[in-house]
Each structure stands twice: as C-alpha cells, then as structure tokens.
Design a protein around this ligand. Structure first.
Ligand SMILES: [Mn+2]
Length: 337
C-alpha cells in the first residue's frame, strides 16, 4: 500500500514518464463508461506528449461505447502481444478505474510478459475500496469518476484535450454520475464536464449514443423484467432476477445488453435497496446492488467477495437461484433496520 495524495501521485507520474516511450493501459473486466472513456482519454493524452501506448483489455467493449474508440484496443489474447520484441515491451503500466489488480481479469496473468523488468505500476482510480496498489497512486474517492483524475493528469502534463479526448472523458463522467443524477454529482464533476464541453465534447450526441439508442431486444427484456419485480422488507428492497434463458430468448445473437436495468429497481417508490441478479453460468449469478443511501451496499457486496461504492456495488454468488436470492435478501435485511 502506497499512500500519496493525488497531487503527489500526478507529480510522480510526470517524472516517471519523462525517460520512457512505451506505456500500457489496462482497466477492469466488463468495462463501463468510465473505464472505457478514461482508458481512451489517457491514451490520447499520452500520445499528445509523444508516447506510444496500447490499451489491453480482458473482454470486449459494449456496443454503446464503441463510438468513443478512435483507434482499436487490444484483447489480451491478441497475437500482436504474444511475441513482443525487447523494444516493444512497455516501460510503464497504468491501471485505471480498477480498485485492485485482480479486477483486470486475465490481462493480469500476462502483464509480466509485456513489461520491462521494474516497469512502474500506476493506479488511477476513485473507488473507496481501492487498496492503493502500485508504485504511483493517484486515487481520490471523493471524485465521482476516474475521468476527473485523468483530466487533472492532462493539466499536469500540459496537454490540451482534443475534442476526441473530451468526448471520451465526458462520456466517462456522464456514465459514472448516472447522467449527473447520482448523489456523487458535485461541483467538481460538473466543472470537469463544463471544461470538457469547452474543449469540444458533444453532450447531446454522447447522451444519445449511450442512453437512447438501445437495441429493440433490450426493451423487450426490460418489459419482461419490470413485470416480474419482487418487493421485500415492507417494500424497502426491490429484487429483479434474470435467469440465463431470458438472455438466450431475447438476445439469440449472444449480444446481451442488460446494462442499467438495475437502476429501474431504484425508481420504485419507497425502495431503499435495489438488487438485480443475473445468471451468468451454471449456478453462477452476478448481483448488482443499488442503495438510496441509508444502506452501504458495498459492505453487502463485500460479504460475498465483491465490492464497489456505497450506493452501487456488485458481487458474484454461486449456488441455486433460491439460495443465492435468500442469501442476498437476508444480508440486506441486516443493514436495513
Ligand atoms: Mn469509475
């Protein structure tokens, strides 16, 4: 654990970047808007300073974020990465929006092969659960998005954001603040958004591409799930369950899109905690938890080995659906009283 203030971290990053040319950028599995936008933004900023960079991820980027990609990102099993020459090895790795190393998924097992020996690890993140791993730590849990720290990084390095970078970072701030509606929305995130718009970000286009161009099957799935919500604890907990059959039924092409569905559980009057349980495999379930604020759902997720934020967290739970449901619901009730 490496304790330094974000300002100290940024200065250390600036110094560490000076002698090097090749930087690797990684982020968490199932990357959300902040992960995608921040990783792309970092790449653009570093390339503006003359560095050569690659983003490597463990799985693919959701369709709605693909318009942000200005140059392809690599998957961890890309053949380009399997035979890097000495000269092509990276001299620094930046983890962004990643509360702990393991969150990057299979990428982690390969890092050793892609980095020169002793390459510094940089940790840029805003999760309160971030364990401050790495040699250079730029972690600020007060910030609503990692992108706000990336914007500070641009300022530190003296890089003016192009409209492409501004769009990428704006999308990140937009999604992590729930379109400036979550309670983490503050003057800082709004100022960051304002400066990104001044730099050329297009808020109307970005909102439309991310939120208002969902595929038809998304609406059919949502309609089905909305009609099956269950309420517990006198209406204070709302539960929505998605067995795997629904993914195959509504998305026969395999491109499941269920992101943001959990947020509907929080729109029910009187609900304190919203839960969306999605089956991801045989006896494997992914639970997303949301809270109005009285219950810290990060603590609930941690009980099951997951993590996240006070008002939004997630975990993977194994067992029969009945058991998984009972376990989570009975954990919630402990925190509700
Ligand atoms: Mn984030």
């Amino acid at each position: 654990m490496n304790v330094m203030s974000p300002a100290e971290g940024l200065e250390a990053l600036e110094r560490a970047l000076e002698p090097i040319d090749r930087v690797l950028i990684v982020t968490h599995i199932n990357p959300d808007g902040d992960a995608v936008g921040s990783a792309l933004g970092i790449r653009g900023i570093l390339e503006a300073t003359g560095k050569s960079t690659e983003i490597v991820i463990s799985d693919s980027i959701a369709r709605k974020y693909q318009f942000l990609i200005d140059r392809p990102v690599l998957k961890f099993d890309d053949p380009i990465l399997s035979n890097l020459s000495e000269k092509e090895l990276f001299q620094m790795v930046i983890f962004v929006d990643t509360s702990e190393r393991e969150r990057v998924g299979p990428v982690l097992d390969h890092l050793h092969d892609w980095l020169v020996q002793g390459a510094p690890e940089v940790n840029i993140d805003h999760h309160v659960s971030n364990d401050c791993f790495g040699d250079i730590v730029i972690v600020d849990p007060e910030r609503a998005s990692s992108a706000e720290l990336v914007l500070r990084m641009a300022e530190t390095l003296g890089v003016d954001c192009t409209s492409v970078i501004a769009d990428q970072l704006f999308a990140a701030v937009l999604t992590d603040t729930g379109r400036f509606q979550f309670s983490n929305t503050d003057a800082h995130s709004l100022r960051a958004a304002a400066s990104l718009v001044a730099a050329g970000a297009d808020p109307s286009l970005i909102a439309r591409r991310i939120y208002f161009e969902r595929p038809v099957p998304f609406f059919r799935l949502l309609g089905h799930l909305l009609s099956t919500i269950d309420l517990y604890h006198g209406g204070r907990t709302c539960l929505m369950i998605m067995p795997r059959e629904l993914a195959t039924k509504f998305f026969p092409d395999g491109h499941l899109d269920s992101e943001g569905i959990v947020d509907y559980t929080m729109q029910v009057e009187g609900v304190e905690v919203g839960i969306f349980i999605r089956q991801t495999g045989d006896g494997v379930y992914r639970a997303s938890l949301r809270s109005r604020g009285r219950v810290d759902v990060r603590l609930i997720a941690e009980v099951f080995g997951g993590g996240g934020h006070e008002k939004a967290s997630g975990c993977e739970v194994r067992g029969s659906l009945e058991k998984v449901k009972d376990n989570i619901v009975s954990e919630v009730v402990k925190w509700l009283s």
